[in-house]
Design a protein around this ligand. Structure first.
Ligand SMILES: [Zn+2]
Length: 184
């Protein structure tokens, strides 16, 4: 039986977020998203074994954390999105929306910006309401444009079916590249 699924450890003043997952091996890494140490390990591994693994990697972990904390691009990502950035994004989307509404032959009822954790946008097809993530301002323009078109395209096809991606591919032949860039 598992002793726990998620647990926070503190070793030599370093916080480690541990989580059991459907994985084969123990993995310790520092996420650039939160500058935290994360440990994932299989369901069958014991807590003792996981901790031994972390202990054997402490030197590496300290060095990696230090290196990342000194990396400007990592720090930039962690910085809160400013009011100016939000205003800029509002302008960009306000310009893109009418163009894409015209191209796709749809119309959004309302749209807004919101801090979103795991999505770049969402579309309530019943009400025609679209939400965009404020995080888009840190992405290249072509990514913002893709998300605008993607959410609007849901007014044509609600799900992510082949039919939906046929609409997307018509306008963005390289949409997979763009998606990769968005999820980077
Ligand atoms: Zn979608």
């Amino acid at each position: 039986m598992c002793e726990f699924l998620k647990k926070t450890f503190k070793i030599q003043d370093i916080t480690i977020e541990a989580e059991r997952k459907r994985v084969r091996n123990i993995r310790l890494y520092v996420s650039p998203k939160d500058l935290q140490a994360h440990l994932t390990f299989p369901f069958y591994a014991s807590e003792k074994h996981a901790l031994e693994f972390v202990n054997s990697k402490m030197e590496w972990l300290k060095k990696t954390l230090e290196k990342m904390k000194a990396n400007p691009s990592v720090l930039q990502k962690l910085r809160e999105i400013s009011k100016e950035e939000i205003e800029e994004l509002k302008k960009i989307i306000s310009n893109l929306l009418p163009e894409w509404e015209f191209r796709l032959g749809v119309q959004a009822k309302r749209w807004k910006l919101r801090k979103m954790k795991s999505q770049w946008g969402s579309c309530k097809t019943k009400t025609g309401e679209i939400t965009f993530s404020t995080g888009l301002i840190r992405k290249p323009l072509r990514c913002i444009e893709y998300v605008v078109a993607h959410e609007l395209a849901h007014l044509l096809v609600a799900n992510h079916s082949a039919k939906f991606y046929a609409v997307i591919a018509k306008h963005f032949p390289y949409w997979k590249e763009i998606r990769k860039e968005l999820n980077k």
